[in-house]
Ligand binder design. Structure first.
Ligand code: NAD
Length: 419
């Protein structure tokens, strides 16, 4: 497997981002104490009977960072490198993200330290159901609503929804989002993150007076978020010159046929071996000259050691936390326009919100309706962040954090402290 992350601790980065925004907003200490740290942190042991008959124990987490603006909301990640600090960081970012796009949710995240690529479907189902029962007291449509993240998908959500509903005794589709359509999922949810990334790149190009047609694009991580963003950019006339996943990197300076590449990935689970492309190393991919670089894998993939080599005009953070603060400073100094994660990839949680609304109302929308509403939310949020970026002036990440943290601070001040 390719090396994904530097040794950086994502939670330290999340706290550093918060402090910078709180300082810029001149938040008082009481408000900082109320909103900075997770409200609830749960660690559970998940024993699973494996296919060979023995029992294996997995460590798993659910963190609710904030319920100030609404029920906690956030995905569930299955990955060998999941740690409690990573989940805390991701939960924290969810809080600011939901506030940036102004949807009535707080932030949460879950994760299981496991290697799903080496587990059977049966093992994954048993692990998911046992994990669901372990976090059951925390989740619910009005409390905390999980969704897919890295190496979890709509099938995972179907198992969670079923386990939760069986325990309560009646179907409760609103307990998760990112479900299959036939179980109360929303049209457009599967591609929502990549579509949102695409809309923010369109906005950035408009702002920088760049044409998307013919723009060169590099994508690190060809999963749900990365592949859909690549597909929409390709269909809009951009030239996607390089793409990677955990198995390798493919490069063609004349542009890759993204439809064919998606087909290969669906068939083999890999981008490696794609014809009409050469294989390059991960560090070469990040250093390619391009108009738009989309990190869409895991956090901390661009850091102090490799940021200097980046030659992109725009970085669109489809992944959560792909840049370390040191990388941020280097790229900022180089004049790279960064679309920060809590804005760039907020399309996923936005359509999750639409899904939850549809479930609550038992009334479902057409795909085009979802896309139109999503485009409106993403482009309005981009404008809101850009306004702070230009007026203050502040780097885009600080501007996004100021918007998100500021909205949560306002809500907590209005609610006051209980008791
Ligand atoms: P996914 O599991 O669908 O895809 C992850 C992809 O990254 C896979 O193709 C994998 O092969 C690749 N990858 C892993 N390690 C890599 C490496 N070292 N180099 C290159 N590629 C590598 O996951 P996803 O849902 O697309 O999530 C990707 C990122 O987007 C994560 O940071 C996630 O938190 C973020 N995100 C996802 C959503 C969503 O709705 N799915 C929403 C917001 C943010």
């Amino acid at each position: 497997m390719l090396t994904t992350k530097s040794a950086g601790n994502a939670y330290d980065v999340a706290l550093e981002n918060f402090d910078a925004a709180a300082d810029a907003l001149q938040l008082d200490n009481d408000t900082r104490e109320m909103i900075k740290y997770p409200e609830r942190v749960l660690t559970v042991t998940v024993p699973v009977r494996m296919d060979d008959g023995h029992i294996r124990r997995f460590e798993a987490y659910r963190v609710q960072h904030s319920s100030v603006r609404g029920p906690a909301k956030g995905g569930i990640r299955y990955h060998p490198q999941v740690t409690l600090d990573e989940v805390k960081a991701l939960a924290t970012w969810m809080t600011w993200k939901c506030a940036v796009v102004n949807i009535p949710f707080g932030g949460a995240k879950g994760g299981i330290t496991c290697d799903p690529k080496h587990m059977s479907l049966g093992e994954l189902e048993r692990m998911t159901r046992r994990y669901t029962s372990a976090i059951l007291p925390l989740i619910g449509p009005e409390q905390d609503i999980p969704a897919p993240d890295v190496y979890t998908n709509s099938q995972t959500m179907a198992w969670i929804m079923d386990t939760y509903s069986m325990t309560k005794g009646y179907p409760i589709p609103g307990v998760v989002t990112g479900k299959p359509i036939s179980l109360g999922g929303s049209l457009g949810r599967n591609e929502a993150t990549g579509r949102g990334v695409f809309y923010t790149i369109q906005s950035a190009c408009d702002h920088l007076l760049m044409s998307l047609k013919g723009a060169t694009v590099v994508v690190q991580g060809f999963g749900n978020a990365g592949s859909i963003a690549a597909q929409l950019l390709y269909e809009a006339g951009a030239k996607v010159i390089a793409v990677s996943d955990s198995t390798g990197c493919v490069y063609n300076p004349h542009g890759l046929d993204i439809h064919n590449l998606m087909h290969l990935k669906a068939l083999t689970g890999k981008v490696a071996g794609f014809p009409e492309a050469e294989s390059i190393r991960p560090e070469e991919l990040l250093a390619l000259e391009c108009d738009v670089l989309i990190p869409a894998a895991l956090e901390n993939t661009i850091h102090a050691e490799n940021a200097g080599a980046v030659r992109a005009r725009i970085i669109a953070e489809a992944a959560n936390g792909p840049l370390t603060p040191a990388a941020d400073r280097i790229l900022e100094a180089k004049g790279v326009f960064i679309i920060p994660d809590i804005l760039c990839n907020a399309g996923g949680v936005t359509v999750s919100y639409f899904e939850w609304v549809q479930d609550e109302q038992h009334l479902f929308w057409e795909a085009q309706d979802v896309y139109n509403r999503l485009e409106r939310v993403m482009k309005t949020s981009f404008r809101d962040v850009l306004k702070i970026h230009e007026e203050r002036p502040a780097p885009m990440r600080l501007a996004a954090n100021m918007l998100g943290v500021g909205r949560v601070a306002e809500a907590v001040k209005l609610r006051g402290i209980y008791p």
